[in-house]
Ligand binder design. Structure first.
Ligand code: DAH
Length: 349
């Protein structure tokens, strides 16, 4: 081994160890110098052929070369690895400065809220909340409410018939009165309200909808009179609209009550002073009601000589429209989310 070979290799190494290498070239260099047939490996195996007195120095020189190569290799490798990692992180990074997608938050439907409020009032007075079928029999929707076939009062309800003259979409929640009494089997007291969907062949406009919600109420016990109804209506509307709200009865006519009344409340909009909403009367009609007709009691198994009751029914939309100042009933049934924003008023309460 002559020093010439050593110098050649040293020179080659100095030329090879330069900036700007990529991982592949670096690996080639490692093989070139430290591989099985690598230059430094070659020098290493030459040590044994070097005369003894030069061995130590030659060994140190070879070591020095190896250390240089190793230091270079380690530092470049670390740098390249770090660069590759940075590149990957950059590509996969989540940009936390991007504005987040706004997830729309829903709110309870106003109709549902109003119904729940009504339910709370009646539950606190010992009423049950009951359910009835939307597909109803003529018998319950009309006949047992004292509206026989051919009675003109049926026309006013413009019913959707499903099968012949017997099966229909209920046009009112009043059939649930009958169902409740039949289930009650003559036992008292009956105290129930029934909120639910009802249907009529109305053309939809700002104040009509072919589908709407009614809330029915029925109380049957001993010695029930109109004044009990009056007290109950008073409690309901004061709880819903405030203590200043007053109720009044006007005579009316329903086949299933006798006497029958319409319940007016002082206009919530103008507090009774008179405005467009109440047509300048200071009052708005909100409920149909009365003392349960003896025929209705009898047909459902309650002896009218012994028991009496009151019943009432009202539209939930009407209340909700008054409470939330909505002037088009179609708003409740419109699936347009932008319009449904009107329901999003949690924070105003
Ligand atoms: N069902 C009636 C309607 O749809 C409302 C009504 C009136 C219900 C008087 C009653 C009642 O229970 O006693 O117009």
């Amino acid at each position: 081994m002559d020093n010439k070979r050593f110098d050649e290799i040293k020179k080659s190494l100095e030329e090879d160890l330069k900036d700007g290498l990529d991982l592949k070239v670096l690996e080639d260099l490692r093989v070139k110098y430290l591989g099985k047939k690598g230059f430094i490996t070659e020098l290493n195996s030459e040590i044994k052929n070097v005369p003894n007195e030069e061995k130590k120095e030659f060994g140190m020189k070879v070591n020095e070369l190896r250390n240089r190569f190793n230091d270079f290799y380690e530092s470049v490798k670390e740098k390249l690895d770090q660069e590759a990692l940075n590149k990957r992180l950059e590509k996969e990074a989540i940009d936390i400065s991007l504005p987040a997608t706004v997830v729309p938050v829903g709110a309870p439907h106003i109709l549902e809220k109003v119904i729940e409020e009504v339910e709370e009032v009646f539950l606190s007075m010992g009423y049950d909340v009951v359910d009835g079928p939307e597909i109803e029999e003529d018998k319950y929707n009309f006949e047992m409410l004292n509206i026989p076939k051919g009675h003109p009062a049926r026309d006013a309800q413009d019913t959707f018939y499903i099968e012949g003259e017997e099966i229909l979409l209920r046009s009112q929640t009043s059939p649930v009165q009958v169902r409740t009494m039949l289930k009650g089997e003559g036992k008292v007291p009956i105290r129930m309200i029934c909120p639910g969907k009802t249907y009529r062949r109305d053309d939809d406009d700002a104040s009509h909808s072919h589908q709407f919600m009614q809330i029915e109420g029925l109380l049957v016990d001993k010695n029930i009179s109109l004044s009990d109804l009056k007290g109950t209506m008073d409690v309901l509307f004061k709880r819903l609209f405030g203590k200043d709200v007053e109720t009044r009865f006007r005579p009316s006519y329903y086949q299933f009550t006798e006497p029958s009344v319409e319940v007016d409340i002082t206009c919530v909009n103008c507090h009774g002073k008179g405005c467009n909403v109440c047509k300048h009367t200071g009052w708005v009609t909100v409920v149909g009601a009365g003392v349960v007709h003896p025929n209705v009691l009898r047909m459902s198994g309650y002896d009218p000589e012994v028991w009496s009751g009151f019943a009432f029914g009202f539209g939930a939309e009407r209340l909700a429209m008054m409470k939330y100042d909505i002037n088009d009933i179609r708003t409740f049934y419109n699936a347009d989310l932008r319009e449904a924003k009107v329901f999003d008023r949690e924070d105003e309460e």
